[in-house]
Design a protein around this ligand. Structure first.
Ligand code: GLU
Length: 561
């Protein structure tokens, strides 16, 4: 077979050689050990938690080593593309600390454009590049055209399915069809010419040289050493419209763009033999691979399930809506990524997660478990370390979008809001009330008359008259300029007068000697002022509420008794 002629017949418009392209994509000049990683999404929808996870690995590995993280848009499946998805994806990832040095970026006009010299970074724009390499493979007798149409292939796959039910007739039919397809490996130039002349579309298939009985030794940086069977499937490189398959585009792009580490989901592991074969055929050096296990979750019955696209917590936009702060989500991702992260965090409470020496060897091989409770705990810690100004700003911004009523109240008087969020903040043991911004309303809504509501009532066991007397006594004696001790002494005194001791030791020794203790007295007042049985430090709360509000609420309560 005259392969040169075949190549010319199939790709008459491709006049460059791979070497011309190689010249346009110079080797990257980077410091020793610098890693080049990428995120290569098919822009079909939202950013999934399972996508943020490997992307954070790619980001850490690149930036920790002084390398490059770039974004490549894998839009070769036009049927699945969702308009605007790429832009949304770039914005979302940026919120979660993943910013690309290079690749597809959002330009000033809000549209996707290229940054960097290894573009175009959108695969749909790279047609002639792939075809140049494809033509070369044909020249070398490593790829051939296959004129079996999509419809025929669909038929074949139907037949294959029937074959699964072990019907010998179907098996025979499947064999015959497969043989017919494979026969095209040996097509003569005349056969090809005839098909082309008839206008029959073709796909380009690799001429696979593998034998599945033989194994390739391979080391995945996460999964470790493995042996995978060689590939003997003549898989498609170019579809009939000249657009590459993922396999082919992966090899060509990751080679030309100088990717050192391919970090991707483990669903690609079964295709790895194909990829290694392709790198060999093309004369490229294969990158290092890290196949990341799927994120799991526990279902209602406590069984591990894959975190699917439909699960709550899969779509990163869910987190925004639920009021998780990105810093907390990033922190949580880090705890999932490296088993020693939490220990490091305890030793370095104030450092950025970016200072953590991320280590591939500390990654879970089998997959991480996604857990909202854990995320909540991590988040409480993260938020507890923020200052009041930052918390106020973030909650206000969130609430203006997702809880307008609260947002407007917060924005109405920023310094009032900051005082609220300053309670219990800044010390050695900060309060940890908030896991999400959405928790704010329940935690501090009572500071606003518009949101104040009685959420509990006095226990029947208390004498209503005592409650009344406590509230009246408090109302009479309250002075907002009292310091905390004076304020509390007054409360104690009111209680003592009614038989509620402030001597906790004596109370514990013989509760029956008293009507109650000072905690009961405080609670009478707290419920009136705050509307709940427990709340942050009541003295601070009253200081912020101001005399008028405190007194009004006590009066209101007295009216209901
Ligand atoms: N476009 C592929 C995907 O979205 C990329 C896989 C890879 O990172 O190579 O699954």
């Amino acid at each position: 077979m005259d392969y040169n002629r075949l190549a010319q017949l199939l790709f008459p418009n491709i006049d460059r050689l791979p070497s011309d392209i190689e010249n346009e994509f110079p080797k990257r000049e980077l410091p020793e050990g610098a890693k080049v990683t990428r995120f290569a999404p098919s822009p079909t929808g939202f950013v999934h938690f399972g996508g943020l996870f490997p992307t954070t690995v790619a980001e850490r590995l690149a930036h920790q080593s002084g390398g490059v993280l770039y974004l490549r848009i894998e839009d070769t499946d036009a049927k699945r593309e969702v308009p605007g998805a790429a832009e949304a994806l770039i914005r979302t990832l940026s919120v979660y600390g993943v910013d690309f040095d290079e690749g597809a970026v959002i330009g000033e006009d809000g549209k996707i454009c290229d940054k960097g010299i290894y573009g175009p970074y959108k695969q749909s724009m790279r047609g002639s590049i792939y075809q140049t390499y494809a033509k070369q493979l044909v020249r070398e007798g490593k790829a051939y055209p296959c004129f079996t149409t999509e419809e025929e292939l669909e038929e074949l796959s139907k037949v294959n399915k029937k074959e699964e039910i072990k019907n010998t007739d179907w098996q025979a039919e499947a064999e015959a069809r497969r043989a017919q397809m494979l026969a095209q490996r040996n097509f003569t130039i005349e056969d090809v010419e005839k098909n082309l002349a008839e206008g029959n579309p073709f796909v380009l298939r690799i001429l696979a040289d593998g034998d599945p009985e033989r194994k390739i030794k391979f080391t995945d940086l996460v999964k470790g050493n493995m042996e995978i069977p060689e590939n003997d499937e003549d898989f498609v490189l170019l579809k009939s419209d000249g657009i590459p398959t993922y396999h082919f585009a992966h090899a060509v792009d990751d080679h030309l763009m100088g990717t050192t580490h391919v970090i991707r989901g483990e669903e690609w592991l079964p295709s790895l033999a194909k990829h290694l074969q392709l790198f060999r055929y093309l004369g490229f050096r294969a990158p290092k691979y890290m196949h990341i296990a799927q994120i799991m979750r526990l279902d209602e019955a406590g069984n591990k399930k894959k975190l699917s696209k439909r699960d709550m917590g899969a779509n990163m936009d869910d987190y925004t809506r639920m009021g998780y702060c990105p810093e907390a989500v990033c922190e949580y991702v880090m705890t999932l990524l490296n088993s020693n992260y939490e220990e490091w965090r305890m030793q370095n409470p104030d450092k950025s997660y970016r200072d953590f020496p991320f280590n591939i060897k500390k990654m879970s091989v089998s997959g991480c478990l996604f857990d909202f409770n854990k995320l909540g705990d991590v988040s409480k810690n993260v938020i507890s370390k923020m200052d009041a100004k930052a918390v106020t700003e973030k909650i206000t911004a969130w609430a203006l979008e997702f809880d307008k009523e609260l947002g407007e109240l917060l924005a109405r008087d920023v310094s009032y809001a900051e005082k609220i969020f300053a309670i219990g903040r800044g010390g050695k043991k900060p309060r940890k009330d908030l896991a999400t911004w959405a928790d704010a309303r329940g935690y501090m809504g009572f500071f606003y008359d518009e949101l104040f509501a009685l959420e509990a009532s006095y226990d029947e066991k208390y004498d209503k008259n005592d409650i009344r007397k406590v509230l009246e006594g408090f109302l009479e004696s309250y002075d907002e300029f009292d310091d905390m001790n004076t304020w509390f002494d007054k409360i104690k005194a009111i209680g003592e007068g009614l038989g509620y001791t402030s001597d906790m030791k004596a109370y514990k020794a013989d509760p029956s000697a008293f009507k109650g203790n000072v905690a009961d007295v405080s609670m009478f007042i707290r419920l009136a002022v705050i509307g709940k049985l427990n709340a942050p430090d009541m003295y601070s709360v009253m200081q912020i509420l101001g005399k008028e509000r405190v007194e009004n609420r006590i009066k209101d309560m007295l009216n209901t008794l």
